[in-house]
Design a protein around this ligand. Sequence first.
Ligand SMILES: [Zn+2]
Ligand SMILES: [Zn+2]
Length: 370
Amino acid sequence: MSEDIQEFAQIARFHGINTPFEISEVPVTTTKDTVLIRVGLATICGSDLHTVSGRRGAEVPCGLGHEIVGTVAAPTHLCSAEGKPLHEGDRITWSLTASCGACHYCVNRKLPQKCETLFKYGHARSEGIGTLSGGFATHILLRPGTAIYHIPDAIKDEEAVPINCALATVLNGLETIGTHPGETAVIHGAGTLGIYAACYLREQGYDIVAVVDLNAARLEIAKRFGATHTFNPDTTSMAAIDATLKKLTGGRGIELAVEVSGATSALPSLIESLAIGGRCLTLGYVYPHANVSLNAHQLVTKCVTLRGVHNYHPTVLRAALRFIENNRTRYPFASLIGETYPLADIDTAFAHALRQDALRVAINPTWHSV
Ligand SMILES: [Zn+2]
Ligand SMILES: [Zn+2]
C-alpha cells in the first residue's frame, strides 16, 4: 500500500470539558483505500454539545464534527455509493459511519450503523489513522465502508450540511415506524430534527403536525416548516396541551408521536397523547442515563408501538438528499444554519451553540479570522 504525503491540514481537537480546543497543523497522509476530502462547511450538532458539556463520553483528543459537506481533494479510484466515479472537486456528503458489510449487525440485522467494527466520524480519537476523522478541520479522510453521495448542483452547502446526521436520522426513524397520509402527529422538540420531522410529515400527507418546545423562537421556525399547531409548555400546561390534542383528533388522541428533544419528560407525555394503536418514535436520548418513568399501563392498554432508532442505514442518506432537492423551494432549509465561524474561532462557535439561540452554528474551515 503506497502512502503519499500530499499537504498539511488544520484540525481542531477536543481535549475535555472546560478546555479550549487545540488547533494544530498535521501532515495529510492518504492511501489507496481512503478518500481525502476538503471540508467546505461543518455544523455543530446536539451530540457535539453533549460531548463538550460532558453528558456524553469521548476518547480524547477527539476530532469532533460529523455534519459536513466537502469536496474530493485528491484523485481516488473509489466510487460513490451509487457506483459513480469520484473526481477531484466533486461535492459530496457521506454516512456518519463506516461499517464492514459482513458482520452480524451489517448482514442479519440490517443495522450497519451498529457494525461490530463500526467507525463513527466526529467521535473518534484524533490520533494515528483517526487524526483526520472530524469535520472541524480543513480535511477529513474517508475510509472503506463509508457510503458517499454526490450532492446535486441545485443544493447549496448550507442546505446539505446537517442532512448526514439530523435529516437522515429523522428519515430513518420515520421510515422505520411508518408514516400514513391523513394521520396526525405530535413532535416533542423543535431543534433541527424536529424541524425536519415537521416538514417531512407534512410532505407525507399529515393533516395535523403539532410541535411542542420550550423555545418560542424555535416554534416560530417550526411553523415555517409545516407545523400546523405549536405549543410551549412554559405558557401552556402539559394537561392543557394534551386536552387540545385530544380535541383536535375527535377525542381519540394522536396517531404518531415523535420524541426528538432528549428531555426525559417528553416520552411520558407523548405516551399520554397517543391514540389507541398509536406509534411512538424516540430518537433523542443519545446520552447515557436517560432514565424515563412512563405509564406502562397506557402503553399496554392502548396497544402502543414504542420504537427507538439510532443513526441510520447509509442508503437513507440518498433519500435525504432527494427530500432536500424536491422541497428546497417550499422550505427555507438554508435558514437553519445560523452564524458561521472560521476554524480558529471554534471555541466562540461552541459557546454560541451552547446558548441554544441558533439551530445550527457552522464552521467554515476555509475562512480565516480577521
Ligand atoms: Zn449529529
Ligand atoms: Zn459490520
